[in-house]
Design a protein around this ligand. Structure first.
Ligand code: DC
Length: 225
């Protein structure tokens, strides 16, 4: 079974996807982490997304990315880049490289393959991102569009940065989520949008536990059908 969870930045997708995967014994694949790792490498090579699509596409095709620790860590070769890719400025950097259509098709192919391998090896995968239900797995058995108000999403990002000791600015956080969503939703290449048959979940006023329970129950219902 493939479960596709998409939605805007800061909606709580990562926590929810990880826990749903754990509850069902499925693999957890954080596709945003992969765009972030490509952006980190592009930055290290001083490549600008506006002028270096070919070189960044090559990074997307070849970068040796591998998830570990139940999908919660990302390695590039032997290097654990999990902290580096979550630095406050990496969201925007990832969103910019993610607008490149050729880079996307390389990364999408890798994500599709990872999902298929996980399905074979552990019976299922939970993938979270922006285009899982529309592009990576348009035939996923369960499609969730998870969102929350801008304010709740900005606050979630601030809490995450605080926990990791990053400096932050509350107004900047709100602007960041809004700018990033506008870019992710308005791009030509696979913009963020719910699939026609998605279950739409607004997480405001719900605990992460309630959202997780709802999705796990839906998954169990679909599996028994
Ligand atoms: O989910 P995230 O915040 O870690 O994602 C970082 C950026 O990567 C996001 O702003 C848009 C891009 N992304 C994408 O275009 N498609 C995906 N499936 C996942 C992320």
């Amino acid at each position: 079974m493939i479960i596709a969870i998409d939605g805007p930045a800061g909606a709580g997708k990562s926590t929810v996807a990880r826990e749903v995967a754990l509850a069902l014994g499925f693999a957890y694949i954080n596709t945003g982490a992969m765009y972030r790792a490509v952006a980190l490498e592009a930055r290290a090579q001083k490549l600008d997304p506006q002028t270096n699509e070919a070189a960044i596409t090559e990074i997307g095709r070849t970068l040796p990315m591998r998830f570990g620790a139940g999908g919660t860590r990302l390695f590039v070769g032997d290097r654990d880049v999990s902290e580096a890719i979550m630095a406050p400025d990496m969201g925007e950097a990832a969103s910019k490289v993610a607008g490149l259509p050729r880079l996307r098709s390389e990364v999408v192919a890798r994500q599709h393959e990872m999902g298929k391998v996980a399905e074979r090896e552990c019976g299922g995968a939970v993938l979270e991102g922006r285009d899982i239900q529309t592009v990576v797995f348009p035939d996923a058995q369960l499609k969730i569009f998870l969102t929350a108000t801008d304010e709740a999403r900005a606050q979630r990002r601030i809490d995450q940065w605080k926990q990791k000791g990053h400096a932050f600015d509350a107004e900047r956080a709100l602007l960041d989520v809004r700018e990033r969503d506008a870019r992710d939703a308005s791009r030509d290449a696979s913009p963020l949008r719910p699939a026609d048959d998605a279950v739409y979940l607004l997480s405001d006023g719900l605990t992460a536990g309630q959202v997780i329970e709802r999705i796990v129950n839906l998954a169990r219902e679909r599996m028994s059908q």
